[in-house]
Design a protein around this ligand. Structure first.
Ligand code: PRP
Length: 225
C-alpha cells in the first residue's frame, strides 16, 4: 500500500519531490494484515474470530479522508456550500468523517437505495427506500459513496439525480473494486482501489453486521461459505 503520508499539505495534486501524489491508493491482498490468534482485530468490537485480516487500518482511512476532503474543497470554492448526498446505509461512517474533515461548509442530505440481487452481488435494478428531503435544482451536489463494486448503483443514481436539475454532480467514493466494475462511472475522487475480497467494516456490512468497525477488514471465509 502506498500514499499514506498525510503530512503533505494538499489533496488531489500534491506536489512533493517525486511529483504529484495520486489521490487514489491501490491496496492489494498482500497489504492485508492477517489476523493473529493473539490479535483478533474484531475482538475489541465483539466480533470474535470472524475477520481474517485488516485491509485498511482506521488511521489510514482517516488520513485518506482528510486528503479527499481537501481535494473536494479545493474544487468547490463557490458561495453556495456543496450538498453532500450520503447513500445509506454503507456510506454513513464515511459521510460523517468526510463532512467533518471538509475545510468548507457543507449541507447534508440522505438517500437510501437498495439493489435487487443476492447478498453478495448487485443486479443494477435499484429501488429508492428513502428519497432526498429537498429539491436539488441548481445545487452542486457531491454523492458520498462508501464503495463502488459493479458500479451499477452509482450509475443508476447519477442518472436519477441528473433528472432533478442540479448545477453539477460530483462523486467521492472511499473504495472501489476495479476488477468488479460492470459499468464505467466517471468518479473524480476515489480513496482506495481494493481487491475483490469480501470486505466489511467502516459502514460495509454482511447481513447488517460489521458496519460499526472503524477499519476495513476481510471477512473470514468460514463466515459466508
Ligand atoms: C452497497 C454500497 C453501494 C453499492 C455498491 O450498498 O453501499 O451503494 O452496494 O455496489 P455496486 O457498485 O455493485 O452497485 P448496498 O446495496 O449493499 O446497501 P447498504 O449501503 O445499505 O449496505
Amino acid at each position: 500500500m502506498t500514499g499514506f503520508d498525510s503530512s503533505l499539505p494538499i489533496g488531489a495534486a500534491q506536489i512533493d519531490g517525486a511529483g504529484p501524489r495520486p489521490l487514489t491508493t491501490t491496496v492489494t491482498s498482500l497489504d492485508a494484515i492477517p489476523t493473529a490468534a493473539a490479535l483478533d482485530p474484531g475482538a475489541e468490537h465483539g466480533y470474535f474470530g470472524e475477520l481474517s485480516a485488516v485491509l485498511i487500518p482506521a488511521q489510514a482511512l482517516q488520513a485518506k479522508i482528510a486528503d479527499l476532503a481537501k481535494a473536494v474543497a479545493a474544487d468547490h470554492t463557490f458561495d453556495t456550500p456543496p450538498l453532500l448526498i450520503c447513500v445509506l446505509k454503507g456510506a454513513v461512517m464515511f459521510l460523517t468523517d468526510f463532512a467533518r474533515a471538509l475545510p468548507i461548509p457543507s449541507e447534508l442530505e440522505f438517500m437510501a437505495v437498495t439493489s435487487y440481487g443476492s447478498a453478495t452481488t448487485s443486479s443494477g435494478v435499484v429501488r429508492i427506500l428513502k428519497d432526498l428531503d429537498r429539491d436539488i435544482t441548481g445545487r452542486r451536489v457531491v454523492i458520498v459513496e462508501d464503495i463502488i463494486d459493479s458500479g451499477l448503483t452509482l450509475s443508476w443514481l447519477l442518472r436519477n439525480l441528473a433528472t432533478r436539475g442540479p448545477a453539477a454532480i460530483d462523486v467521492v467514493a472511499l473504495l472501489r473494486k476495479p476488477e468488479a466494475i460492470k459499468v464505467e462511472v466517471d468518479v473524480r475522487y476515489i480513496g482506495f482501489d481494493i481487491p475483490t475480497d469480501f470486505v466489511v467494516g467502516y459502514g460495509l456490512d454482511y447481513s447488517e453486521r460489521y458496519r460499526d468497525l472503524p477499519f476495513v477488514g476481510l471477512l473470514g471465509e468460514h463466515m459466508y461459505r
